[in-house]
Design a binder for this molecule. Structure first.
Ligand code: 8YV
Length: 312
């Protein structure tokens, strides 16, 4: 056993680097932590964490010498940071390196759903194009009105892309930003009533739970398309499913859900959605940078140096 324990389903490259560069022991589930022998747990100084299963004080207490939890991802809502604070444990994340990929996927889903690309592709592959004629007309996206829920680093990257499509940008955020020409809304209902596309780029966690509520979805209306690349928890999922089934909104592009990866089967019966398996940051290039940043934070801690991207 070594000073570094890694938890998660790592790519081959990350797996190799964790073991080679850091001599890490790798386990895949929270249950594996409690199964470790006490003398092994006592040696752990750093935990490289990947995944979305909750990591709380009980797990932290298994490792009396744990000094850092280095999260693989920008969102660290799975980690109880208050519990880490109380134990003097630092938490780090992997911000910025994934902004482009997550923003790209948000825009791709907006276009895929808006232009009905999945349905239109099925029109081709089913032979309908040859037998029945052209696919039905869909909708113009460029020049539309988009609302970004949460104008942080990723929200800004999405807004910049949509602005290039001549879209009118509205947003809601903790505070008004210096974004000339973009319209700030103090609350998400006001935002939703002003736009056709609602793109959710919030942090996860209890403070943003169900920000996109039944009322927000009603305000968005039947031309509305919801895009979510944040966390499933930011949307009232039952209300979203009702709205999609009853077509009180037009559609959705979703990369995140409650209870991933076993998502609500109601999603699978819908024909007005584009569904992705939480893959916003999942490119070879970006995952390499995320893995490197995670390992650099672990190395910094072991060397007694300042952490690169601390969150507490
Ligand atoms: C995950 C993410 O970290 O960065 C985030 O917040 O949700 C993703 O990049 C990744 O899927 C590994 O769990």
């Amino acid at each position: 056993m070594t000073a570094v324990l890694a938890l998660g389903h790592y790519s081959e490259g990350d797996h190799a680097a964790l073991t080679k560069d850091l001599g890490a022991t790798i386990v895949t589930s929270n249950a594996d932590l409690a199964a470790m022998a006490k003398d092994e747990r006592d040696q752990v100084k750093a935990l490289a964490f990947m995944g979305h299963a909750p990591l709380g004080g009980d797990e932290m207490d298994l490792f009396p010498n744990l000094g850092v939890i280095a999260n693989y991802g920008v969102g660290y809502d799975a980690i109880d940071v208050a519990a880490a604070d109380a134990r003097g444990i630092k938490v780090t994340n992997t911000p910025d390196v994934l902004n482009d990929d997550v923003a790209d996927l948000a825009v791709a889903m907006l276009f895929a759903q808006g232009r009905e690309m999945i349905q239109a592709s099925e029109w081709v592959t089913s032979g309908n194009w040859g037998e029945k004629g052209p696919y039905r007309l869909n909708r113009k996206i460029s020049g539309g009105t988009a609302g970004i829920v949460g104008l942080g680093r990723i929200g800004r990257a999405i807004a910049d892309r949509l602005a290039a499509f001549k879209m009118d940008i509205h947003y809601t955020s903790r505070s008004e930003k210096d974004t000339p020409g973009w319209t700030y809304h103090a609350d998400p209902v006001s935002l939703a009533s002003a736009v056709d596309y609602l793109v959710v780029a919030l942090v996860g966690g209890s403070e943003t739970e169900n920000t996109v509520s039944k009322e927000v979805l009603a305000a968005l209306g039947d031309r509305g398309i919801v895009i979510n690349i944040s966390r499933g928890s930011t949307i009232d999922e039952a209300a979203l499913l009702d709205a999609l089934e009853n077509r009180t909104i037009a559609g959705a592009g979703l990369d995140v859900f409650l209870n991933e990866p076993r998502i609500d089967p109601r999603f699978l019966a819908l024909d007005n959605v584009v569904l992705q398996p939480h893959q916003g940051s999942a490119t070879v290039e970006t995952r390499q940078m995320m893995g490197q940043l995670q390992r650099d934070n672990v190395s910094a801690h072991l060397a007694g140096k300042a952490l690169l991207t601390p969150v507490n």
